[in-house]
Design a binder for this molecule. Structure first.
Ligand code: ATP
Length: 318
């Protein structure tokens, strides 16, 4: 449904996107995850035709976002990070106006449908400028939906909402999936894994990892990794570690270090400590070395080298 090819964006001296490419099949909910400044908003603005790229192409349902911008806008709903709402209008009048400028047929019914879907019936006659942040956010979502778009692009849709409203908006987004293709951005990991089918982690204008939500969950639920370091290694050290109950695999490193992967749900630290002490190996260190999703995310999005010096973007990094 969406094809992105070699997208680059240069803001003066700042290169916000470094030639990213990805596809989104029809009906998928894709999550963009990344720290501030990763390029999520820039990508979304280009995808929705609100800003041209410096290079690269985007096609939606076979149409080029720039050559066919009017046609594309008819099938795309966009909720920017800060929705430019008309603060003097009432909620209902604003939605009716948005439906009119998008030439929605059956406007009244369309407005009723989104008022109900976004649970904003109790504020429909209120002036937008006087609404709470949560309600404004939902009005922003309602305007993105009023023309019943096939593609929805939502920039940080739950930011500033209270926990109950967050749950409501997540449920709403999930219920909109299926027929629609949805891209949403967030820097909240659980949100992405609860709502999305696939996740793309962005950092400094590059895609540093992408995986299905199941893949990420597997990484989270995979066996614990334990690192043990001993003073005296012997020939039988590896087989003895491997024989400890709950150990799935062992890899030996330098300086008497061994990385041990546990069977799912098993914690082998007590067994390893007993073995090392019993064998007189001289236990120097024993610690959990597993990577949680948070740690994977932090590792992928923490710079140690200047980005310009990096080679091609790493995809599906562990
Ligand atoms: P956030 O979570 O903070 O919204 P983001 O992932 O959406 O971050 P972008 O807003 O796309 O990131 O910004 C990517 C980079 O481009 C950042 O370095 C940002 O400072 C820069 N940038 C964004 N918009 C402009 C602009 N209009 N002019 C100059 N630089 C910009």
């Amino acid at each position: 449904m969406i094809q992105v090819e070699g997208l680059t964006k240069q803001y003066g001296a700042v290169q916000a996107l470094h030639g990213i490419s990805f596809d989104v099949p029809r009906g998928e909910i894709l999550g963009f995850l990344g720290p501030n400044g990763a390029g999520k908003t820039t990508t979304m603005r280009i995808l929705t035709g609100y800003m041209p790229p410096s290079a690269g192409t985007v096609t939606i349902d076979g149409m080029d976002v720039f050559d066919d911008s009017m046609a594309v806008r008819r099938i795309v709903g966009y909720m920017p990070e800060t929705v430019p709402l008309y603060t003097e209008m009432t909620v209902q009048d604003y939605l009716d106006f948005m439906a009119a400028i998008r030439r929605v047929s059956g406007r009244r019914a369309a407005v009723e449908r989104v008022i109900e879907a976004c649970a904003i019936g109790d504020v429909r006659d209120r002036i937008i400028g006087r609404l709470s942040k949560g309600y404004r956010q939902r009005v922003g979502l309602a305007q993105a939906l009023v023309h019943d778009p096939q593609v929805l692009v939502l920039d940080e849709p739950t930011i500033g909402l209270d926990p109950r409203q967050i749950l409501g908006v997540r449920e709403l987004i999930k219920s909109l999936g299926g027929e629609r293709t949805i891209i949403l951005s967030s820097h909240i990991l659980p949100e992405i894994s609860q709502v999305c089918d696939r996740v793309m982690i962005m950092h400094r204008g590059r895609i540093v990892a992408e995986d299905t939500t199941e893949g990420l969950t597997e990484r989270l639920q995979g066996g614990m990794r334990v690192r043990i370091q001993i003073a005296k290694t012997r020939e039988d050290t590896v087989p003895r570690i491997a024989a400890v109950a709950g150990v799935a695999s062992v890899e030996s490193g330098e300086d008497g270090q061994f990385d041990v992967v546990c069977e799912p749900g098993q914690d082998v630290r007590a067994g390893l400590a007993a073995l090392a002490v019993g064998q007189g190996w001289g236990l120097l260190e024993l610690r959990v070395a597993s990577l949680s999703l948070e740690e994977i995310f932090i590792q992928l999005t923490t710079d140690e080298a200047p980005v310009e010096a990096e080679p091609e973007p790493t995809v599906a990094a562990e």
